[in-house]
Every structure is written in structure tokens, then in C-alpha cells.
Write a protein that binds this ligand. Structure first.
Ligand SMILES: Cc1cc2nc3c(=O)[nH]c(=O)nc-3n(C[C@H](O)[C@H](O)[C@H](O)COP(=O)(O)OP(=O)(O)OC[C@H]3O[C@@H](n4cnc5c(N)ncnc54)[C@H](O)[C@@H]3O)c2cc1C
Length: 367
């Protein structure tokens, strides 16, 4: 049973990149066909451009090579479309809405969950998939609040007919520059362009998908950048803005019959676009571990943790490091970065991310 605090299943108006490692699992779930109508297959990925003039520093050829190397393409999706496709694969009645869990206690081989309405449920296995502010996390490890990263993100969906041509290409483009970077790609069958931009947070500490900013504030952050970008930002309507949170990797996710999954276990900066993908991988590995060892769930949860923690820790660490690398001021370090970007084939370099198959992953091989 899934207990969800929200009163209805809905997602914010924002996009996601679904790399082959996630697409493979959505397909296995039987949910890919429901998504393909609205997903956009990318021709180009990780197209890094210089902030001042848009010079391309590096790019992945996704049209020709991605499927050949990894058996799947890379898509962009609207979050609501992904949620709806995955929900369609879940049996009716398996999700209870309006059920906010406030406490968990472990009693030998089982655990008891308590909800805001005062009701409680006993369970053989509890999976805390409750996001970066996880309540369940405090049962598995020392409770601690997430900290502010010092960065904030602006977010907007621009209708395609208002977006400049360069932003409508089937490309995931990243403009990188001093203290900032901006990402855009088409979503919703090409009807909209998803725009997300990272900037210093200053004293802005609101972490909410519903907080907003103004186009003027958004433009001010990117003053002096390539004028084509300014044209795109001008179409951002009322952009969302939220402060990015940070957490250190954990060294354990499971205690007795309780474990963690997704951002509850390993929130990461979105700079490798892998947070949701890692949640989906977690779910596939966890299902396999529980199916392989139904008589001993606590042992299955330990195996799940050992299969997953190395890979997600590595992704947390490299995503963290990219905050520095993407935001370098012009100078020798930036020139060395640009030379390294030009020399690498990112599609091959990220093979360990994209080729991952939970059905064959074993501890140690996961990274
Ligand atoms: C700007 C940005 C861009 C991103 N881009 C990408 C991308 O391109 N590709 C990608 O793979 N990932 C991306 N991510 C990361 C991705 O959004 C997250 O990693 C992903 O949403 C985590 O999923 P989750 O299910 O673990 O947690 P969440 O999405 O946070 O879901 C947690 C759920 O638990 C519920 N909940 C919380 N507490 C309770 C409680 N006490 N009781 C009951 N229910 C509760 C919440 O209501 C929510 O529904 C991005 C993130 C950001 C911020």
C-alpha cells in the first residue's frame, strides 16, 4: 500500500530528462507507451554552451548513438505525464491519498506507522519514499534537517510558439557561466519549452514548488549573457523559484523492516538530471531483493542498500561537484574545463550511468 500525504496525485508544471537507465525501467513497468505520445526524443543532450556567446563547448549525439549504445533513447517529459504513465501501471486502490505519516516505530520484525488523523498501520516492510524532508529517514538514521545550498532555481514553461527557434530544437542545452547556469529543452510533445536556471540564493530560502519570482528578477540574474537567452527568459511568465537543499550522503538506509528510497535516501543536486531516475532504479532493485528473499525482509533490505548505496553516493558526489565546475568565473580554471569538455565524449563517459540494469547489478558492480 502507498500512503501519500497529498489529497490528489498531481505534479508541478516542470520537465524532466529521462535518460536510458530510467527509460529502460519505465518500459519494463509497461508504462512507456503511455508516455511516448507526449515525450520528446532528444537528438542532442548535454549541449554545453558558453554564457557570453553561446559557443558550443560539448554535446552528446543522442539521435544516432544513444539507442545503439544503451538500447534506449533519451527523452524529455513533463512531470505530470510521467506521473500519469506510472500511475496507470499501479493497481486501483493501491494508493491512499490524504495520508500523512507522522511517526514510525519499530517492534521486532514489523513497524507501526502513525498518520495525522490518529490512525495507525502495522507493516512487515516500510519504504520511506517521502522525499528530501523524509519523516522515515529519522528512524533509520540520526534525524537532521536538510541544509540550504546557497543556490536557488528559477523555473518556467514557455509555450513553444513564444519560444525562440534555438530553444525548440530537440536538444537539452546548458548555458554555463560565472555563478549561474541555465538549462532548456522542449517537453509535452514539443508544445512547451522547459526552462530551469540556477543562481545564487542570497537570502532567499523558500523551498517550495509554488513560490514565484518575477521575470525582472530572473533577467537580472542573467544580465550580460547571450541576448538570445534574454529573449527566452522574457517569455517566462511568472517563473517559479525555490532554494536548493543539500544533504551529505548516508552510510545506511535500512534498519530492521524500514528502508529509504529516492530523495529520502540520497537527494542530489539536479546537475546530472538523475534524481528521479535513481528513485526508479531503487524501486526496481528493491522489488527484486524482496522477491528473492521473501522470508527475511530485513535481510532483503540490507541487500538492497548494499546494491544501491555506492552508485547513488557517487551520483550525489559528482552532482555536488558540478555546482563548482558549471559556475566557474572566466579564467584559467574555466579554460581548462572547456578544454576537458571539448575532449570528452559525454555519451560514452556517462556509460556507467546509462547502461545500468538493476536485473543484473550486483554489489560493487553497481558503480
Ligand atoms: C530543478 C530540478 C530539476 C530536476 N531534473 C531532473 C531530471 O531531469 N531527471 C531526473 O531524473 N531527476 C531530476 N530532478 C530530481 C527529481 O525531481 C527528484 O529526485 C525526484 O522527484 C525524487 O523523487 P522522490 O519520489 O524520491 O521524492 P519526491 O518527488 O519528493 O516525492 C515524495 C513524495 O512523498 C510525499 N510525502 C512526503 N512526506 C510524506 C509523509 N510524511 N507522509 C506521506 N507522504 C509524504 C510527498 O507528498 C511526495 O509525493 C530534478 C530536481 C530539481 C529540483
Amino acid at each position: 500500500m502507498v500512503y501519500e500525504q497529498a489529497q490528489e496525485l498531481k505534479e508541478v508544471g516542470a520537465g524532466l530528462v529521462l535518460a536510458p537507465n530510467a527509460v529502460r525501467l519505465v518500459r519494463r513497468l509497461g508504462a512507456l507507451d503511455a508516455l511516448l505520445d507526449r515525450a520528446v526524443p532528444l537528438d542532442v543532450g548535454w549541449e554545453f554552451r558558453r554564457w557570453a556567446d553561446g559557443r558550443v563547448l560539448s554535446a552528446e549525439d543522442l539521435a544516432g548513438s544513444c539507442e545503439r549504445l544503451y538500447g534506449e533513447r533519451t527523452y524529455t517529459v513533463h512531470r505530470a505525464d510521467l506521473l500519469s504513465a506510472i500511475s496507470s501501471a499501479v493497481p486501483t486502490g493501491a494508493v491512499q491519498l490524504g495520508r500523512r505519516c507522522t511517526a514510525i516505530s519499530i517492534h521486532g520484525d514489523s513497524a507501526v506507522l502513525t498518520f495525522t488523523d490518529g490512525t495507525s498501520v502495522e507493516a512487515d516492510v516500510v519504504i520511506g519514499a517521502d522525499g528530501v524532508h523524509s519523516t522515515v529517514r529519522g528512524v533509520v538514521t540520526e534525524p537532521s534537517p536538510a541544509t540550504y545550498s546557497g543556490m536557488s532555481a528559477f523555473r518556467a514553461l514557455v509555450p513553444a510558439d513564444q519560444a525562440p527557434d534555438f530553444a525548440r530544437r530537440r536538444a537539452q542545452t546548458l548555458w554555463i557561466g560565472p555563478d549561474h547556469h541555465l538549462v532548456h529543452y522542449p517537453v509535452s510533445g514539443g508544445n512547451a519549452v522547459n526552462l530551469v536556471a540556477f543562481a545564487p540564493a542570497g537570502d532567499f530560502t523558500v523551498e517550495s514548488w509554488s513560490a514565484t519570482a518575477t521575470v525582472e528578477e530572473f533577467l537580472a540574474e542573467f544580465a550580460g549573457w547571450d541576448p538570445r537567452l534574454q529573449d527566452l527568459i522574457r517569455q517566462a511568465g511568472t517563473p517559479g523559484r525555490w532554494a536548493l537543499l543539500d544533504r551529505e550522503p548516508l552510510d545506511r538506509w535500512s534498519r530492521g523492516p524500514v528502508t529509504l528510497l529516492g530523495d529520502a535516501a540520497h537527494p542530489m543536486f539536479p546537475f546530472f538530471a538523475q534524481g528521479a531516475a535513481q528513485s526508479i532504479e531503487d524501486a526496481a532493485v528493491l522489488a527484486r531483493c524482496l522477491a528473492d528473499d521473501p522470508a527475511a525482509p530485513a535481510r532483503a533490505l540490507q541487500r538492497y542498500q548494499s546494491l544501491r548505496i555506492g552508485r547513488t553516493t557517487r551520483l550525489q558526489e559528482i552532482s555536488h561537484a558540478r555546482a563548482h565546475v558549471n559556475h566557474l568565473p572566466d579564467g584559467p580554471e574555466q579554460e581548462a574545463r572547456d578544454a576537458a569538455l571539448a575532449a570528452a565524449d559525454p555519451l560514452v563517459q556517462s556509460g556507467w550511468i546509462y547502461a545500468y540494469d538493476p536485473d543484473t547489478a550486483e554489489a560493487g558492480a553497481a558503480v
